[in-house]
Design a binder for this molecule. Structure first.
Ligand code: GTP
Ligand code: SPV
Ligand code: MN
Length: 587
Protein backbone atom coordinates (compact mmCIF):
# COMPACT_ATOMS: atom_id res chain seq x y z
CA UNK A 1 0.00 0.00 0.00
CA UNK A 2 0.99 3.60 -0.44
CA UNK A 3 -0.76 6.91 -1.14
CA UNK A 4 -1.91 9.16 -3.94
CA UNK A 5 -0.95 12.24 -1.93
CA UNK A 6 2.48 13.44 -3.07
CA UNK A 7 3.22 15.44 0.08
CA UNK A 8 2.64 12.35 2.21
CA UNK A 9 4.54 10.01 -0.08
CA UNK A 10 7.53 12.36 -0.19
CA UNK A 11 7.61 12.74 3.59
CA UNK A 12 7.39 8.98 4.18
CA UNK A 13 10.16 8.37 1.64
CA UNK A 14 12.37 10.98 3.32
CA UNK A 15 11.81 9.49 6.75
CA UNK A 16 12.55 6.02 5.39
CA UNK A 17 15.82 7.20 3.84
CA UNK A 18 16.78 8.95 7.07
CA UNK A 19 15.84 6.26 9.61
CA UNK A 20 16.67 3.22 7.43
CA UNK A 21 14.04 0.71 8.55
CA UNK A 22 14.08 -2.88 7.36
CA UNK A 23 10.55 -2.51 5.96
CA UNK A 24 7.70 -0.01 5.72
CA UNK A 25 4.15 -0.98 6.71
CA UNK A 26 1.18 1.27 5.87
CA UNK A 27 -1.49 0.63 8.51
CA UNK A 28 -4.99 -0.13 7.28
CA UNK A 29 -6.54 -0.24 10.73
CA UNK A 30 -8.09 -3.66 10.14
CA UNK A 31 -8.77 -6.13 12.94
CA UNK A 32 -6.47 -8.64 11.21
CA UNK A 33 -3.63 -6.14 11.26
CA UNK A 34 -4.20 -5.59 15.00
CA UNK A 35 -4.16 -9.34 15.63
CA UNK A 36 -1.02 -9.86 13.53
CA UNK A 37 0.80 -7.20 15.52
CA UNK A 38 -0.37 -8.74 18.78
CA UNK A 39 0.99 -12.14 17.66
CA UNK A 40 4.28 -10.52 16.70
CA UNK A 41 4.60 -8.85 20.09
CA UNK A 42 3.66 -12.06 21.90
CA UNK A 43 6.39 -13.84 19.95
CA UNK A 44 9.08 -11.31 20.86
CA UNK A 45 7.84 -11.02 24.43
CA UNK A 46 6.81 -7.34 24.52
CA UNK A 47 3.22 -8.43 25.13
CA UNK A 48 1.93 -11.24 27.34
CA UNK A 49 -1.43 -12.91 27.17
CA UNK A 50 -3.57 -12.50 30.29
CA UNK A 51 -5.98 -15.13 31.64
CA UNK A 52 -8.11 -16.07 28.61
CA UNK A 53 -11.12 -17.19 30.65
CA UNK A 54 -11.46 -14.15 32.90
CA UNK A 55 -9.98 -11.54 30.48
CA UNK A 56 -10.46 -12.65 26.86
CA UNK A 57 -8.49 -10.58 24.36
CA UNK A 58 -6.49 -8.87 27.11
CA UNK A 59 -2.72 -8.38 27.03
CA UNK A 60 -0.07 -7.04 29.36
CA UNK A 61 2.80 -4.81 28.35
CA UNK A 62 5.57 -4.15 30.89
CA UNK A 63 7.45 -1.06 29.84
CA UNK A 64 11.01 -0.13 30.55
CA UNK A 65 10.94 0.80 34.28
CA UNK A 66 12.38 4.21 33.40
CA UNK A 67 9.63 4.97 30.88
CA UNK A 68 6.32 5.03 32.75
CA UNK A 69 4.97 8.58 32.50
CA UNK A 70 4.99 11.84 30.58
CA UNK A 71 8.22 13.83 30.72
CA UNK A 72 7.36 17.53 30.95
CA UNK A 73 11.01 18.45 31.49
CA UNK A 74 11.85 16.93 28.08
CA UNK A 75 8.87 18.33 26.16
CA UNK A 76 9.41 21.38 23.96
CA UNK A 77 7.37 23.82 21.90
CA UNK A 78 9.43 25.22 19.04
CA UNK A 79 8.00 28.49 17.79
CA UNK A 80 10.10 31.05 15.92
CA UNK A 81 9.98 33.45 18.91
CA UNK A 82 10.47 32.16 22.42
CA UNK A 83 7.72 34.46 23.74
CA UNK A 84 5.14 32.68 21.62
CA UNK A 85 5.76 29.44 23.52
CA UNK A 86 5.50 31.33 26.81
CA UNK A 87 6.78 30.68 30.33
CA UNK A 88 4.42 27.69 30.46
CA UNK A 89 6.51 25.75 27.91
CA UNK A 90 10.11 24.75 27.38
CA UNK A 91 11.31 26.30 24.15
CA UNK A 92 13.93 25.51 21.56
CA UNK A 93 14.58 27.36 18.28
CA UNK A 94 13.00 25.31 15.45
CA UNK A 95 16.23 24.95 13.44
CA UNK A 96 18.20 23.79 16.46
CA UNK A 97 15.43 21.39 17.49
CA UNK A 98 15.28 19.84 14.03
CA UNK A 99 19.04 19.41 14.02
CA UNK A 100 19.03 17.76 17.44
CA UNK A 101 16.11 15.46 16.60
CA UNK A 102 17.34 14.56 13.13
CA UNK A 103 20.63 13.43 14.62
CA UNK A 104 18.76 11.11 16.99
CA UNK A 105 16.55 9.73 14.21
CA UNK A 106 19.43 9.09 11.84
CA UNK A 107 19.50 5.34 11.12
CA UNK A 108 17.47 4.68 14.29
CA UNK A 109 15.06 2.21 12.64
CA UNK A 110 17.71 -0.18 11.30
CA UNK A 111 16.47 -3.73 11.76
CA UNK A 112 12.99 -2.44 12.65
CA UNK A 113 9.72 -2.06 10.77
CA UNK A 114 8.52 1.49 10.16
CA UNK A 115 4.75 1.79 10.56
CA UNK A 116 2.81 4.58 8.85
CA UNK A 117 -0.40 5.33 10.75
CA UNK A 118 -2.95 7.65 9.13
CA UNK A 119 -5.49 8.75 11.75
CA UNK A 120 -8.45 11.05 12.14
CA UNK A 121 -9.03 12.89 15.41
CA UNK A 122 -12.80 13.26 15.72
CA UNK A 123 -15.74 11.75 13.85
CA UNK A 124 -14.57 10.70 10.41
CA UNK A 125 -17.20 12.88 8.69
CA UNK A 126 -17.05 15.93 10.94
CA UNK A 127 -15.88 19.34 9.75
CA UNK A 128 -14.44 19.79 13.26
CA UNK A 129 -12.09 16.78 12.91
CA UNK A 130 -8.42 17.02 11.97
CA UNK A 131 -6.14 14.31 10.61
CA UNK A 132 -2.57 13.29 11.14
CA UNK A 133 -0.07 10.64 10.18
CA UNK A 134 2.19 9.07 12.78
CA UNK A 135 5.31 7.25 11.67
CA UNK A 136 6.65 4.95 14.39
CA UNK A 137 8.88 1.92 14.88
CA UNK A 138 6.76 0.65 17.78
CA UNK A 139 4.07 -2.00 17.22
CA UNK A 140 2.82 -1.15 20.75
CA UNK A 141 2.07 2.36 19.47
CA UNK A 142 0.21 0.95 16.47
CA UNK A 143 -2.09 -1.29 18.51
CA UNK A 144 -2.76 1.49 21.00
CA UNK A 145 -3.53 3.97 18.21
CA UNK A 146 -5.92 1.38 16.75
CA UNK A 147 -7.89 1.30 20.02
CA UNK A 148 -7.63 5.04 20.72
CA UNK A 149 -8.27 6.69 17.35
CA UNK A 150 -10.08 6.32 14.05
CA UNK A 151 -7.05 5.06 12.17
CA UNK A 152 -6.30 3.39 8.88
CA UNK A 153 -7.82 3.44 5.40
CA UNK A 154 -10.76 5.78 6.08
CA UNK A 155 -8.48 8.34 7.68
CA UNK A 156 -6.05 8.05 4.77
CA UNK A 157 -8.89 8.67 2.30
CA UNK A 158 -9.81 11.86 4.16
CA UNK A 159 -6.17 12.99 4.27
CA UNK A 160 -5.84 12.42 0.52
CA UNK A 161 -9.03 14.42 -0.04
CA UNK A 162 -7.97 17.33 2.18
CA UNK A 163 -4.26 17.33 1.44
CA UNK A 164 -3.34 18.50 4.96
CA UNK A 165 -2.27 16.48 7.97
CA UNK A 166 -0.17 16.77 11.11
CA UNK A 167 3.18 14.97 10.73
CA UNK A 168 4.21 12.95 13.77
CA UNK A 169 7.53 11.13 13.76
CA UNK A 170 8.22 8.74 16.61
CA UNK A 171 10.88 6.22 17.55
CA UNK A 172 11.36 4.42 20.83
CA UNK A 173 15.09 4.76 20.17
CA UNK A 174 17.07 3.18 23.00
CA UNK A 175 14.61 4.25 25.74
CA UNK A 176 17.48 6.20 27.24
CA UNK A 177 16.13 9.13 29.32
CA UNK A 178 19.26 11.07 28.31
CA UNK A 179 18.22 10.69 24.68
CA UNK A 180 14.51 11.42 25.06
CA UNK A 181 12.74 14.50 23.68
CA UNK A 182 9.15 15.32 22.71
CA UNK A 183 9.28 18.27 20.37
CA UNK A 184 6.50 20.26 18.69
CA UNK A 185 6.64 22.58 15.69
CA UNK A 186 3.19 24.22 15.70
CA UNK A 187 3.85 26.45 12.68
CA UNK A 188 4.82 23.38 10.64
CA UNK A 189 2.08 21.18 12.10
CA UNK A 190 4.69 18.62 13.02
CA UNK A 191 5.92 16.61 16.00
CA UNK A 192 9.12 14.66 16.62
CA UNK A 193 9.29 12.31 19.58
CA UNK A 194 12.28 10.15 20.43
CA UNK A 195 13.23 7.74 23.19
CA UNK A 196 9.95 6.90 24.94
CA UNK A 197 7.20 4.37 24.33
CA UNK A 198 4.85 5.77 27.00
CA UNK A 199 1.31 7.01 26.16
CA UNK A 200 1.41 10.78 26.03
CA UNK A 201 5.00 10.75 24.76
CA UNK A 202 4.42 8.20 22.00
CA UNK A 203 0.75 8.06 20.96
CA UNK A 204 1.19 11.30 19.06
CA UNK A 205 -2.49 11.75 18.15
CA UNK A 206 -3.31 12.32 21.82
CA UNK A 207 -1.55 15.07 23.80
CA UNK A 208 0.97 16.12 21.13
CA UNK A 209 -1.53 16.57 18.29
CA UNK A 210 -5.01 16.86 19.85
CA UNK A 211 -3.84 19.31 22.53
CA UNK A 212 -0.49 21.03 21.86
CA UNK A 213 -0.73 21.40 18.08
CA UNK A 214 -4.54 21.65 18.05
CA UNK A 215 -4.66 24.34 20.76
CA UNK A 216 -2.33 26.43 18.60
CA UNK A 217 -4.52 25.91 15.52
CA UNK A 218 -7.67 26.47 17.55
CA UNK A 219 -6.56 29.94 18.56
CA UNK A 220 -5.90 30.87 14.95
CA UNK A 221 -9.21 29.40 13.81
CA UNK A 222 -11.47 30.49 16.68
CA UNK A 223 -12.13 27.32 18.65
CA UNK A 224 -10.70 25.49 21.70
CA UNK A 225 -8.75 22.24 22.15
CA UNK A 226 -9.01 21.31 25.83
CA UNK A 227 -7.98 18.67 28.38
CA UNK A 228 -11.60 17.94 29.23
CA UNK A 229 -13.96 15.03 29.61
CA UNK A 230 -17.42 15.32 28.07
CA UNK A 231 -20.36 13.68 29.83
CA UNK A 232 -24.09 13.80 29.08
CA UNK A 233 -26.48 13.70 32.05
CA UNK A 234 -30.01 12.59 31.36
CA UNK A 235 -32.62 13.57 33.92
CA UNK A 236 -35.60 11.34 34.79
CA UNK A 237 -37.63 13.63 32.46
CA UNK A 238 -35.32 12.68 29.58
CA UNK A 239 -33.53 16.04 29.24
CA UNK A 240 -29.81 15.67 28.48
CA UNK A 241 -27.20 18.29 29.42
CA UNK A 242 -23.60 17.91 28.28
CA UNK A 243 -20.88 19.11 30.63
CA UNK A 244 -17.16 19.52 29.81
CA UNK A 245 -14.72 19.27 32.73
CA UNK A 246 -11.02 20.13 32.83
CA UNK A 247 -9.18 18.32 35.64
CA UNK A 248 -5.42 17.74 35.63
CA UNK A 249 -3.91 14.34 34.85
CA UNK A 250 -5.03 11.59 37.24
CA UNK A 251 -7.61 13.89 38.88
CA UNK A 252 -10.82 12.15 37.96
CA UNK A 253 -11.80 12.78 34.31
CA UNK A 254 -12.20 9.13 33.27
CA UNK A 255 -14.14 8.40 36.44
CA UNK A 256 -16.55 11.33 36.05
CA UNK A 257 -17.00 10.65 32.33
CA UNK A 258 -18.32 7.15 33.12
CA UNK A 259 -20.10 7.79 36.38
CA UNK A 260 -22.99 5.62 37.44
CA UNK A 261 -25.72 7.51 39.33
CA UNK A 262 -26.34 6.12 42.83
CA UNK A 263 -29.41 3.95 43.54
CA UNK A 264 -31.12 6.83 45.29
CA UNK A 265 -31.09 8.94 42.10
CA UNK A 266 -33.55 6.83 40.18
CA UNK A 267 -34.10 7.71 36.55
CA UNK A 268 -30.80 9.55 36.05
CA UNK A 269 -28.45 8.28 33.35
CA UNK A 270 -24.94 9.31 32.36
CA UNK A 271 -23.52 9.03 28.83
CA UNK A 272 -19.80 9.25 28.06
CA UNK A 273 -18.66 11.23 25.04
CA UNK A 274 -15.00 11.60 26.02
CA UNK A 275 -12.72 11.13 29.03
CA UNK A 276 -9.65 13.24 28.24
CA UNK A 277 -9.88 15.71 25.36
CA UNK A 278 -12.63 17.97 24.03
CA UNK A 279 -12.58 20.06 20.87
CA UNK A 280 -15.03 22.92 21.35
CA UNK A 281 -16.42 24.76 18.36
CA UNK A 282 -19.17 27.31 17.79
CA UNK A 283 -22.03 26.47 15.46
CA UNK A 284 -23.86 28.98 13.26
CA UNK A 285 -26.08 30.00 16.18
CA UNK A 286 -23.07 30.66 18.41
CA UNK A 287 -23.76 27.56 20.49
CA UNK A 288 -20.66 25.83 21.85
CA UNK A 289 -20.48 22.24 20.62
CA UNK A 290 -18.03 19.48 21.56
CA UNK A 291 -16.54 16.53 19.78
CA UNK A 292 -14.19 13.98 21.31
CA UNK A 293 -11.17 13.65 19.02
CA UNK A 294 -10.43 10.20 20.46
CA UNK A 295 -12.32 6.93 20.19
CA UNK A 296 -10.75 5.01 23.04
CA UNK A 297 -9.40 5.42 26.55
CA UNK A 298 -5.89 5.38 28.00
CA UNK A 299 -6.93 5.35 31.63
CA UNK A 300 -5.36 5.13 35.08
CA UNK A 301 -5.81 1.54 36.36
CA UNK A 302 -5.21 1.83 40.14
CA UNK A 303 -8.39 2.56 42.04
CA UNK A 304 -10.66 1.11 39.34
CA UNK A 305 -13.19 -1.26 40.93
CA UNK A 306 -16.89 -2.08 40.69
CA UNK A 307 -17.73 0.51 43.36
CA UNK A 308 -15.69 3.45 42.04
CA UNK A 309 -16.18 2.93 38.30
CA UNK A 310 -18.13 -0.16 37.31
CA UNK A 311 -18.30 0.85 33.65
CA UNK A 312 -14.51 1.03 33.44
CA UNK A 313 -14.08 -2.14 35.47
CA UNK A 314 -16.40 -4.03 33.13
CA UNK A 315 -14.96 -2.61 29.93
CA UNK A 316 -11.43 -3.74 30.77
CA UNK A 317 -12.51 -7.34 31.31
CA UNK A 318 -12.08 -8.01 27.58
CA UNK A 319 -10.11 -6.74 24.57
CA UNK A 320 -7.92 -4.38 26.56
CA UNK A 321 -4.20 -3.67 26.78
CA UNK A 322 -2.79 -3.28 30.28
CA UNK A 323 0.49 -1.44 30.75
CA UNK A 324 2.53 -1.86 33.95
CA UNK A 325 -0.03 -3.63 36.15
CA UNK A 326 0.71 -6.61 38.40
CA UNK A 327 -0.60 -10.15 37.83
CA UNK A 328 -2.21 -12.74 40.12
CA UNK A 329 -1.10 -16.36 40.41
CA UNK A 330 -3.69 -17.29 37.76
CA UNK A 331 -2.48 -14.55 35.43
CA UNK A 332 -5.24 -12.01 35.88
CA UNK A 333 -4.29 -8.35 35.91
CA UNK A 334 -4.05 -6.90 39.43
CA UNK A 335 -3.69 -3.41 40.85
CA UNK A 336 -3.99 -1.49 44.09
CA UNK A 337 -7.64 -0.70 44.78
CA UNK A 338 -8.96 -3.52 42.59
CA UNK A 339 -10.89 -4.87 45.52
CA UNK A 340 -10.19 -8.56 45.06
CA UNK A 341 -7.39 -11.06 44.44
CA UNK A 342 -3.74 -10.54 45.31
CA UNK A 343 -0.57 -9.95 43.33
CA UNK A 344 1.90 -12.72 42.53
CA UNK A 345 4.13 -10.66 40.21
CA UNK A 346 4.63 -6.93 40.18
CA UNK A 347 4.69 -4.42 37.31
CA UNK A 348 8.32 -5.20 36.63
CA UNK A 349 7.60 -8.93 36.33
CA UNK A 350 9.29 -9.72 39.66
CA UNK A 351 7.82 -11.94 42.38
CA UNK A 352 5.67 -9.57 44.40
CA UNK A 353 7.40 -8.22 47.49
CA UNK A 354 5.82 -5.46 49.58
CA UNK A 355 9.27 -4.02 50.12
CA UNK A 356 9.45 -3.08 46.43
CA UNK A 357 6.49 -0.69 46.68
CA UNK A 358 3.12 -0.93 44.92
CA UNK A 359 2.52 -4.09 42.85
CA UNK A 360 1.04 -2.08 39.95
CA UNK A 361 2.77 1.14 38.94
CA UNK A 362 0.71 4.12 40.26
CA UNK A 363 0.50 5.35 36.65
CA UNK A 364 -0.30 1.92 35.17
CA UNK A 365 -2.82 2.29 32.37
CA UNK A 366 -5.49 0.45 30.40
CA UNK A 367 -6.15 0.99 26.71
CA UNK A 368 -9.57 0.08 25.34
CA UNK A 369 -11.82 1.07 22.47
CA UNK A 370 -14.61 3.39 23.60
CA UNK A 371 -17.13 0.90 22.24
CA UNK A 372 -16.25 -1.32 25.22
CA UNK A 373 -17.82 1.28 27.52
CA UNK A 374 -21.47 0.40 28.27
CA UNK A 375 -22.20 4.14 28.73
CA UNK A 376 -20.64 5.29 25.42
CA UNK A 377 -23.04 7.77 23.83
CA UNK A 378 -24.54 7.00 20.45
CA UNK A 379 -23.69 10.59 19.46
CA UNK A 380 -19.94 9.90 19.49
CA UNK A 381 -19.78 9.89 15.70
CA UNK A 382 -22.22 12.77 15.21
CA UNK A 383 -20.40 15.24 12.92
CA UNK A 384 -21.98 18.24 14.67
CA UNK A 385 -20.96 17.12 18.19
CA UNK A 386 -23.05 17.90 21.27
CA UNK A 387 -24.09 21.23 22.81
CA UNK A 388 -22.26 22.18 26.01
CA UNK A 389 -24.26 23.56 28.96
CA UNK A 390 -21.48 23.99 31.51
CA UNK A 391 -17.71 24.08 31.75
CA UNK A 392 -16.11 22.85 34.95
CA UNK A 393 -12.57 23.40 36.23
CA UNK A 394 -11.14 21.47 39.12
CA UNK A 395 -8.10 20.20 40.89
CA UNK A 396 -6.90 17.95 43.64
CA UNK A 397 -6.73 20.11 46.76
CA UNK A 398 -6.57 18.77 50.33
CA UNK A 399 -7.64 22.19 51.58
CA UNK A 400 -8.80 25.64 50.48
CA UNK A 401 -11.06 24.87 47.50
CA UNK A 402 -14.70 24.08 48.39
CA UNK A 403 -16.67 21.21 46.86
CA UNK A 404 -18.18 23.51 44.22
CA UNK A 405 -18.73 27.13 43.27
CA UNK A 406 -20.01 28.96 40.22
CA UNK A 407 -18.22 31.86 38.55
CA UNK A 408 -20.07 35.18 38.44
CA UNK A 409 -19.45 35.78 34.75
CA UNK A 410 -17.56 34.36 31.77
CA UNK A 411 -14.62 36.67 32.52
CA UNK A 412 -14.56 35.63 36.15
CA UNK A 413 -14.76 32.01 34.98
CA UNK A 414 -11.63 32.49 32.88
CA UNK A 415 -9.84 33.73 36.02
CA UNK A 416 -11.13 30.68 37.92
CA UNK A 417 -9.69 28.42 35.22
CA UNK A 418 -6.42 30.35 35.01
CA UNK A 419 -5.98 30.20 38.79
CA UNK A 420 -6.76 26.52 39.21
CA UNK A 421 -4.15 24.62 41.21
CA UNK A 422 -3.71 20.94 41.88
CA UNK A 423 -1.40 18.48 43.61
CA UNK A 424 0.88 16.71 41.12
CA UNK A 425 0.26 13.02 40.35
CA UNK A 426 2.12 9.98 39.00
CA UNK A 427 0.98 10.78 35.43
CA UNK A 428 4.16 12.81 34.99
CA UNK A 429 7.73 12.13 36.04
CA UNK A 430 8.56 14.15 39.18
CA UNK A 431 7.38 14.69 42.76
CA UNK A 432 3.83 13.65 43.62
CA UNK A 433 1.52 15.75 45.82
CA UNK A 434 3.08 19.18 45.23
CA UNK A 435 0.52 21.97 44.69
CA UNK A 436 1.14 23.82 41.43
CA UNK A 437 -0.93 26.08 39.20
CA UNK A 438 -2.40 24.04 36.38
CA UNK A 439 -4.53 26.54 34.46
CA UNK A 440 -7.51 24.88 32.76
CA UNK A 441 -5.63 21.57 33.43
CA UNK A 442 -3.54 22.60 30.39
CA UNK A 443 -0.17 23.37 32.02
CA UNK A 444 1.54 20.45 30.25
CA UNK A 445 -0.52 20.70 27.07
CA UNK A 446 -1.06 24.28 25.90
CA UNK A 447 0.97 24.68 22.69
CA UNK A 448 1.51 28.43 23.09
CA UNK A 449 1.88 31.27 25.61
CA UNK A 450 -0.77 30.97 28.35
CA UNK A 451 -1.21 34.76 28.30
CA UNK A 452 -2.38 34.52 24.68
CA UNK A 453 -4.48 31.48 25.54
CA UNK A 454 -6.34 33.39 28.28
CA UNK A 455 -6.82 36.30 25.88
CA UNK A 456 -8.35 33.80 23.44
CA UNK A 457 -10.73 32.52 26.14
CA UNK A 458 -11.62 36.11 27.05
CA UNK A 459 -12.41 36.88 23.40
CA UNK A 460 -15.11 34.21 23.14
CA UNK A 461 -18.03 36.42 24.20
CA UNK A 462 -17.54 38.13 20.83
CA UNK A 463 -18.33 34.79 19.15
CA UNK A 464 -21.29 33.73 21.22
CA UNK A 465 -24.09 35.33 23.18
CA UNK A 466 -24.89 32.17 25.09
CA UNK A 467 -21.65 30.74 26.41
CA UNK A 468 -21.83 27.94 28.98
CA UNK A 469 -21.73 28.74 32.69
CA UNK A 470 -18.41 28.08 34.41
CA UNK A 471 -17.97 26.15 37.68
CA UNK A 472 -15.10 24.94 39.86
CA UNK A 473 -15.09 21.67 41.83
CA UNK A 474 -12.83 19.85 44.28
CA UNK A 475 -13.62 16.19 45.01
CA UNK A 476 -10.43 15.80 47.03
CA UNK A 477 -10.81 17.90 50.19
CA UNK A 478 -9.48 16.03 53.25
CA UNK A 479 -9.90 16.13 57.01
CA UNK A 480 -6.95 16.40 59.40
CA UNK A 481 -6.53 12.61 59.34
CA UNK A 482 -6.21 12.56 55.56
CA UNK A 483 -9.67 11.10 54.84
CA UNK A 484 -11.60 12.43 51.85
CA UNK A 485 -14.56 14.50 53.08
CA UNK A 486 -16.65 13.89 49.94
CA UNK A 487 -17.56 10.33 48.85
CA UNK A 488 -16.84 11.21 45.20
CA UNK A 489 -17.24 8.94 42.15
CA UNK A 490 -20.95 8.24 41.36
CA UNK A 491 -22.03 10.67 44.10
CA UNK A 492 -20.42 13.50 42.13
CA UNK A 493 -23.60 13.55 40.04
CA UNK A 494 -25.25 15.43 42.92
CA UNK A 495 -22.95 18.36 42.26
CA UNK A 496 -23.54 18.11 38.51
CA UNK A 497 -27.30 18.09 39.10
CA UNK A 498 -26.97 21.38 40.99
CA UNK A 499 -25.02 22.82 38.05
CA UNK A 500 -27.71 21.73 35.60
CA UNK A 501 -30.38 23.34 37.75
CA UNK A 502 -28.30 26.52 37.86
CA UNK A 503 -28.15 26.44 34.05
CA UNK A 504 -31.91 26.05 33.96
CA UNK A 505 -32.30 28.90 36.46
CA UNK A 506 -33.87 26.67 39.11
CA UNK A 507 -31.27 25.98 41.83
CA UNK A 508 -30.62 28.11 44.88
CA UNK A 509 -27.20 29.53 45.73
CA UNK A 510 -25.70 32.27 47.83
CA UNK A 511 -23.25 34.84 46.66
CA UNK A 512 -19.82 34.87 48.28
CA UNK A 513 -16.71 36.89 47.37
CA UNK A 514 -15.38 33.93 45.32
CA UNK A 515 -18.61 33.09 43.47
CA UNK A 516 -21.97 31.40 43.98
CA UNK A 517 -22.04 28.43 46.35
CA UNK A 518 -24.93 26.10 47.09
CA UNK A 519 -26.33 25.96 50.61
CA UNK A 520 -26.23 22.38 51.89
CA UNK A 521 -29.99 22.28 51.27
CA UNK A 522 -29.52 23.20 47.60
CA UNK A 523 -27.74 19.90 46.96
CA UNK A 524 -29.70 16.70 46.49
CA UNK A 525 -28.56 14.58 49.43
CA UNK A 526 -31.37 11.98 49.29
CA UNK A 527 -29.86 8.66 50.25
CA UNK A 528 -26.39 10.16 50.70
CA UNK A 529 -24.57 9.01 53.79
CA UNK A 530 -22.76 12.15 54.90
CA UNK A 531 -22.72 14.00 58.23
CA UNK A 532 -24.31 17.47 58.12
CA UNK A 533 -21.12 18.95 59.59
CA UNK A 534 -19.03 17.40 56.83
CA UNK A 535 -21.21 18.86 54.10
CA UNK A 536 -21.03 22.28 55.74
CA UNK A 537 -17.26 22.00 55.89
CA UNK A 538 -17.14 21.08 52.19
CA UNK A 539 -19.16 24.17 51.36
CA UNK A 540 -17.16 26.56 53.54
CA UNK A 541 -14.74 29.12 52.17
CA UNK A 542 -12.17 30.36 54.66
CA UNK A 543 -11.91 34.05 53.78
CA UNK A 544 -8.29 34.48 54.89
CA UNK A 545 -7.18 31.26 53.17
CA UNK A 546 -8.83 32.32 49.93
CA UNK A 547 -7.38 35.82 50.22
CA UNK A 548 -3.93 34.19 50.40
CA UNK A 549 -4.87 32.03 47.44
CA UNK A 550 -5.80 35.10 45.37
CA UNK A 551 -2.48 36.71 46.26
CA UNK A 552 -0.68 33.62 45.03
CA UNK A 553 -2.84 33.57 41.86
CA UNK A 554 -1.84 37.18 41.17
CA UNK A 555 1.84 36.38 41.67
CA UNK A 556 1.47 33.51 39.23
CA UNK A 557 -0.37 35.58 36.63
CA UNK A 558 2.26 38.30 36.86
CA UNK A 559 4.94 35.88 35.71
CA UNK A 560 3.31 36.31 32.27
CA UNK A 561 4.38 39.97 32.24
CA UNK A 562 3.05 42.47 29.72
CA UNK A 563 1.34 39.83 27.65
CA UNK A 564 -1.12 39.04 30.44
CA UNK A 565 -4.60 40.34 29.51
CA UNK A 566 -5.53 43.28 31.77
CA UNK A 567 -9.00 41.79 32.18
CA UNK A 568 -7.59 38.87 34.19
CA UNK A 569 -5.89 41.20 36.66
CA UNK A 570 -9.09 43.24 36.88
CA UNK A 571 -11.04 40.07 37.70
CA UNK A 572 -8.46 39.08 40.32
CA UNK A 573 -8.79 42.53 41.91
CA UNK A 574 -12.58 42.29 42.11
CA UNK A 575 -12.31 39.02 44.05
CA UNK A 576 -9.40 40.17 46.22
CA UNK A 577 -11.23 43.42 47.12
CA UNK A 578 -14.40 41.53 48.00
CA UNK A 579 -12.39 39.23 50.26
CA UNK A 580 -10.67 42.20 51.91
CA UNK A 581 -14.07 43.76 52.59
CA UNK A 582 -15.34 40.52 54.11
CA UNK A 583 -12.23 40.30 56.31
CA UNK A 584 -12.68 43.91 57.44
CA UNK A 585 -16.33 43.26 58.27
CA UNK A 586 -15.43 40.18 60.31
CA UNK A 587 -12.75 41.89 62.41
P1 GTP B 1 -5.60 11.20 33.06
O1 GTP B 1 -5.94 10.01 32.25
O2 GTP B 1 -4.20 11.17 33.59
O3 GTP B 1 -5.86 12.48 32.35
O4 GTP B 1 -6.46 11.12 34.44
P2 GTP B 1 -8.01 11.36 34.77
O5 GTP B 1 -8.25 12.81 35.03
O6 GTP B 1 -8.88 10.70 33.77
O7 GTP B 1 -8.15 10.64 36.22
P3 GTP B 1 -8.94 9.30 36.62
O8 GTP B 1 -10.42 9.42 36.44
O9 GTP B 1 -8.28 8.15 35.98
O10 GTP B 1 -8.66 9.27 38.20
C1 GTP B 1 -7.36 9.25 38.75
C2 GTP B 1 -7.39 8.75 40.16
O11 GTP B 1 -8.26 9.54 40.96
C3 GTP B 1 -7.88 7.31 40.27
O12 GTP B 1 -7.06 6.60 41.16
C4 GTP B 1 -9.28 7.46 40.81
O13 GTP B 1 -9.66 6.34 41.58
C5 GTP B 1 -9.22 8.75 41.64
N1 GTP B 1 -10.53 9.45 41.63
C6 GTP B 1 -11.28 9.73 40.55
N2 GTP B 1 -12.45 10.34 40.90
C7 GTP B 1 -12.42 10.47 42.24
C8 GTP B 1 -13.34 11.02 43.20
O14 GTP B 1 -14.42 11.54 42.89
N3 GTP B 1 -12.95 10.98 44.52
C9 GTP B 1 -11.75 10.43 44.90
N4 GTP B 1 -11.45 10.43 46.19
N5 GTP B 1 -10.88 9.88 44.02
C10 GTP B 1 -11.20 9.91 42.71
C1 SPV C 1 -2.48 12.42 31.11
O1 SPV C 1 -1.34 12.33 31.62
O2 SPV C 1 -3.19 13.46 31.21
C2 SPV C 1 -3.05 11.28 30.37
C3 SPV C 1 -2.15 10.17 30.03
O3 SPV C 1 -4.20 11.33 29.97
S1 SPV C 1 -1.14 10.59 28.68
O4 SPV C 1 -1.67 9.95 27.49
O5 SPV C 1 0.19 10.09 28.95
O6 SPV C 1 -1.12 12.01 28.49
MN1 MN D 1 -5.15 13.33 30.48
Amino acid sequence: MTTTLDALKTWVDQVEAHTQPEAVHWCTGSDEEYQDLVELMLAIGTLRKLNKKTHPGCYLHLSDPGDVARVEHLTFVCTEHEDDAGPNNLWMAPAKAHEKMDALFSGCMQGRVMYVIPYCMGPIDSPYSRCGVEITDSPYVVINMKLMTRMGSKALARIEREGTFVRGLHSTGELDPERRFIVHFPDELSIKSYGSGYGGNALLGKKCHALRIASYQARQEGWLAEHMLIVGLESPEGVVHYIACAFPSACGKTNLAMLIPPESMKGWKAWTLGDDIAWLHFDDDGKMRAVNPESGYFGVVPGTNPKTNKNAYDMIMHDAIFTNVATTADNQPWWEGKGDGSPARDWQGRDYDEANGPAAHPNSRFTVAATNNPAYTNLADAPEGVPISAIVFGGRRKRVAPLVFEAKSWEHGVLVGAGTASETTAAMVGDVGVVRRDPMAMKPFCGYNFADYWAHWLSLPSRSEHLPRIFHVNWFRQDDEGNFLWPGFGENIRVLEWMIERCEGRAGAHETPIGFLPHAADLNTNGLDIAAGTLDELLTVDTQEWRDEMKSVLEYLETYGDRLPGELKAQQKIIADALDEALARAS
